[in-house]
Structures are given as C-alpha cells and as structure tokens.
Design a protein around this ligand. Structure first.
Ligand SMILES: *Cc1c(COP(=O)(O)O)cnc(C)c1O
Length: 387
C-alpha cells in the first residue's frame, strides 16, 4: 500500500528539532513555560527583547520558530485559536476590498466572513475552487485575497494550490491556504506559491484534543510585520502553557500522521465495501475527482473522510452516530482518538440548509476523524454501528 511518497523521508528529524534551543538560563532541553505577563528592564528602554507578554513571550517565540520551520516558511505567528488567525488575515484588508473564497470550507470561517467582516465593507465571493478557472473569472481590480482550504471540510475536495497561486500572483492578490486538514506532514502550501498558510493548531499540530490554538506562516517580511502588528494590537495571543502543548505535539506529528494515514486507508476501503454505504469521500481513492492533484501536492491522504449511507436520512445517520463506542460523537478532529461527527447538525449547522445541500453536504453525511487506535478495533466499532 502506497500511503506516502519519499518526500516525507526526513520530516521526523525536522519536526522533533524544529525551533529547539536549550533554555539559556538552565540548559533545559524543553522550552520552559514562561508564565509571566511582563519582564524587568535594566533601565528605561533597555531590555532583553521582551517587554510585555502580549507582544513577546519566549515559549511562544520557540513555537513560532518551530511553526515556520515545519511549514518551510521564514516566519510563524501563533494565535489564541484558528479563527483568531483567520481574523488577523482578514484585518490586512480595507473596506471595499474583495476576497474570493471557497464555497466548501470550515463553517466557522464562513461565519466569520459573512457575519462579522461583511458588515465592515469587505466583500466575499464564494466559488468552487476545485476548478481554478472559477477563481480567475471572479478576479476584479479589488481582489486582495484568495482563501482556500484543501482538502475541504467535510467533503474532502482538493484544490490545485500551485494553479491558484499563479492566478493570485498575476492578479496581485495574496493567497492564504487553510492547511489544517493536511498538516505540514502531508502538504506545504508555501512551497507551491501560497503567501500565507493558516492552521487550526487545535487539530493535528496539537494532536491530543487538549488545546485551542491557531497559526500563520509566511515568507514575506512585510507581510510578517503587518500580521505581527495585528497580533499585538488586537491581542488574540495564546498563553505560554498552550504554546508548550503545541510545541510538544509537533514533536510527534510525523509518527501520528503516518498512523492516521494507515488507519485512514484501511477504514476508507472498509466503508467503501460495506453494503449499506452509498459513498465515501476520501481523496486517496484513485476515482476521487481530484485524486491526481492530491497525489501531486500531498505526501499521503490522511485520516479524514466522510460517508453517506444508502438511506441518506437524518434518522439513519443518527442511529450510526449514537451507536459507536470507540468513535466519540464530537466536533473537532486531528486528535489521537477517533471522532464521529454530523456536519449538518454540528460543525456546519451555521450554514443555511439550502446552501449546505447545494454544496453537496447532505442531511445524512457522516464525518470521521480516524484516530491512531488499532484499526481492527475501529473497523469492529463501525461494523456494529452501521449494523
Ligand atoms: C477547526 C478549524 C478551524 C478553526 O480553528 P479553531 O482552532 O477551532 O478556532 C479552521 N479551519 C479548519 C479547517 C478547522 O478544522
């Protein structure tokens, strides 16, 4: 079974050592949790580069350096949540600016765009980004940002990052890629021409369902300056304990992602063969509509997938959702434990039903975040739940 290509060869060493510098005061190998709000100055204006913890914190600095390294970027910035990171990107814009965004993306991103930023005069145009031509068609002189998510949540659609980056560059726009689902183990959008990578570090980077956090990574120094200014001015910074948890999570990202990919492969194939299952959305299948692009821009296909039953009713889905014993019924994803979710009533409830159905998100769709438990046990659990 081919689940990863050889480009993932040295990722383990990189993830374990990213940004690690022994603590200068003690030599501690793990960056300490600098639980402080301020720093004592030697004389007015004379300090060690740390003045106030909203602006700088050594634990956050170690994490931000690590984030840059694992995404092959120059600069990383950590935020108090994934949506806070997204919020900072939109604050680069001015009233009248236009954003072209994917019509199939994380519900919270859609809510932030339509319910918060639209009223400040920023215009959002939603298109099916799996065909980059749709983005080209939507470009105007006011386009300042293109926002894509790939793979998407929950339909696992893939957008060609390099093709969109070329369109964005020609239009003088920024391209931001939400890389939460793939994680830096499977995909590095900056290498494909994106300007900003966004993560909900809550998911695979943290990896243990114990922290809420977000990240932005970029190469351009001026973009970093603007985003750092927004970070410190608006104040959505993560605490040092949370930075420590994400730093620790990153050290095992390669081991976890490899296991997520292996289990994802086995469960996607199990579901596809199940007589009661109608369709499995997983980008690793060779007949997935965007599989060819996934194969080029990703190193593996991960453990996220969705499926529908032949009986695509809320009732039939509810029976499965309330019968699993290992798969916990919960929002979120990317932790070591398996989760099962009902997008229509949970993660995507904020999208109007008509809009949701139009975008292929049916009432009965079930999403899985396949964890790293033993695959046999997960398959046994799904077998009894689907019945
Ligand atoms: C969870 C998630 C977010 C939002 O991140 P939070 O950490 O929950 O604020 C954004 N995009 C995707 C794809 C997500 O899964």
């Amino acid at each position: 079974m081919s689940i990863e290509n050889n480009k993932s060869k040295n990722l383990g060493t990189k993830f374990i050592h990213a940004g690690m510098v022994p603590d200068p005061s003690t030599g501690a190998i793990m960056t300490p949790i600098y639980q402080t709000s301020t720093y004592v100055q030697e004389a007015p204006g004379v300090n060690k580069g740390y003045e106030y913890a909203r602006s700088q914190n050594p634990t956050r600095k170690a994490l931000e350096d690590a984030l840059a390294i694992i995404e092959n970027g120059q600069y990383g910035l950590a935020f108090s949540s994934g949506v806070a990171a997204t919020d900072a990107v939109i604050k680069l814009l001015n009233p009248g600016d236009e954003v072209i965004a994917a019509n199939d993306m994380y519900g919270g991103t859609y809510r932030l765009f339509t319910k918060i930023f639209a009223k400040y005069g920023i215009k959002f145009i939603y298109v099916d980004t799996t065909n980059p031509q749709n983005i080209q068609t939507a470009i105007t002189a006011k386009t300042k940002l293109i926002w894509i998510e790939t793979p998407t949540n929950p339909l696992m659609n893939i957008t060609d990052i390099a093709a969109v980056a070329a369109i964005s560059k020609a239009a003088g726009s920024w391209l931001c890629v939400d890389n939460t689902f793939a994680s830096p183990y499977l995909q590095n959008p900056l290498d494909l021409g994106a300007d900003i990578v966004m993560h909900s570090s809550t998911k695979y980077l943290g990896g243990h369902s114990d922290v809420i956090q977000g990240a932005l990574i970029m190469n351009d120094a001026s973009l970093r300056e603007q985003l750092y200014f927004i970070q410190k001015s608006c104040g959505a910074v993560p605490g040092p304990m949370d930075c420590f948890l994400v730093l620790r999570g990153i050290k095992t990202l390669h081991v976890r992602m490899k296991a997520h990919c292996e289990n994802g492969f086995l469960i996607a194939h199990f579901l596809r063969k199940h007589p009661k299952v109608a369709h499995v959305y997983w980008c690793g299948f060779s007949d997935h509509p965007n599989h060819d692009i996934a194969k080029v821009q990703m190193r593996g296909f991960g453990g996220m997938m969705s499926f529908t039953l032949k009986d695509d009713s809320i009732d039939a889905a509810t029976k499965v959702l309330s019968s699993t014993k290992l798969f916990a019924l919960a929002e979120s994803l990317g932790g070591v434990e398996s989760l099962i979710n009902h997008p229509a009533s949970m993660t995507h409830a904020s999208i109007p039903r008509e809009e949701r159905i139009k975008n292929g998100l049916s009432d009965g769709l079930i999403r899985l975040s396949v964890g790293i438990e033993d695959a046999d046990d997960l398959i046994e659990d799904l077998t009894q739940a689907i019945g």
